[in-house]
Design a protein around this ligand. Structure first.
Ligand SMILES: O=C(CO)[C@H](O)[C@H](O)COP(=O)(O)O
Length: 268
């Protein structure tokens, strides 16, 4: 708990966004920043990827412009999880740093594709998988920001049906695909394509491919599945983020936000 109290952020009342989903994302991101950023003790901040974290960078940028906060925020070093988040950092006037220089991150904010009841995540829908895992696991606190669609009623792969993203070394993609099908009994395995602007597979910021793999329905044991996938030759990282997130903020279209926190086991 900080001994000094700062006045509330001076900012004109924000207009409701015309798109309800954007309103949901912004509400979650702003509240996550407001409740978790420690202006006195945090120095190195991880900024993730996707459309929700845009509002995290925007909010930190608002603090930078506020006379009461700017002396603190101007000393922050923000670490990106890929090209998009590097741009978010720079466009909001924040200091950019690299994880090689700042390997100990105080707090990281990132989006998620699905969050289960135990705060296990699927990430990588935006293909920034490996760097997102590097940053989130290098952070003392990892905070998820998401809209309401990302909250699973129970298990992973309930709402998210695109499969678990896996980042693979390009030359090993056939081997990984075959191993997923034959050794781990995957139902289907897709090499993610670049879409209309890229003939062939998506190439990540680390020059790897992304494989999206579906198993038979919901994932009951994400920790075990992560270990099994990770043991395959050619897999760089899986999109299962295990025992990493501390809190998840889910925004609703009416601007309300639901907080899900890690359960801490009570000792008998
Ligand atoms: O994991 C990610 C990118 O690889 C994103 O954080 C995830 O896809 C969520 O994105 P959005 O905030 O747009 O819903």
């Amino acid at each position: 708990m900080s001994p000094i109290q700062l006045p509330p952020l001076k900012i004109d009342a924000l207009p409701t966004l015309p798109n309800p989903l954007e309103e949901a994302k912004r509400s979650a991101a702003y509240r996550a920043v407001d409740e978790n950023l420690d202006f006195f003790n945090h120095k190195v901040i991880g900024i993730g990827s996707g459309s929700t974290v845009v509002y995290v960078a925007e909010r930190i940028g608002q603090y930078l412009k506020d006379e009461n906060y700017s002396k603190y925020v101007s000393k922050f070093i923000c670490i990106s999880t890929g090209f998009q988040s590097k741009r978010l950092i720079l466009d909001n006037g924040l200091n950019f740093g690299v994880v090689e220089q700042y390997p100990d991150i105080d707090i990281a904010f990132d989006g998620a594709d699905e969050v289960d009841e135990n705060l296990q995540l699927i990430k990588g829908g935006g293909a920034c998988l490996f760097q997102e895992k590097l940053i989130s696991t290098s952070a003392k606190k990892f905070i998820v920001v998401a809209d309401h669609r990302k909250k699973s009623p129970k298990n992973l792969c309930t709402n998210w049906t695109n499969g678990i993203p896996i980042e693979v070394v390009p030359s090993a993609y056939v081997r990984v695909k075959n191993d997923l099908l034959n050794k781990l009994n995957a139902k289907n395995v897709n090499i993610r394509q670049g879409g209309s602007f890229k003939a062939g597979p998506i190439v990540t910021d680390n020059n790897n491919f992304i494989i999206d793999v579906n198993f038979n329905g919901i994932i009951n044991n994400p920790k075990q599945l992560h270990s099994e996938i990770k043991s395959l030759i050619g897999v760089v990282e899986t999109g299962l983020f295990i025992d990493n997130a501390m809190k998840a903020y889910f925004g609703n279209s009416d601007g309300t936000v639901e907080l899900q926190e890690k359960m801490i086991p009570v000792m008998a």
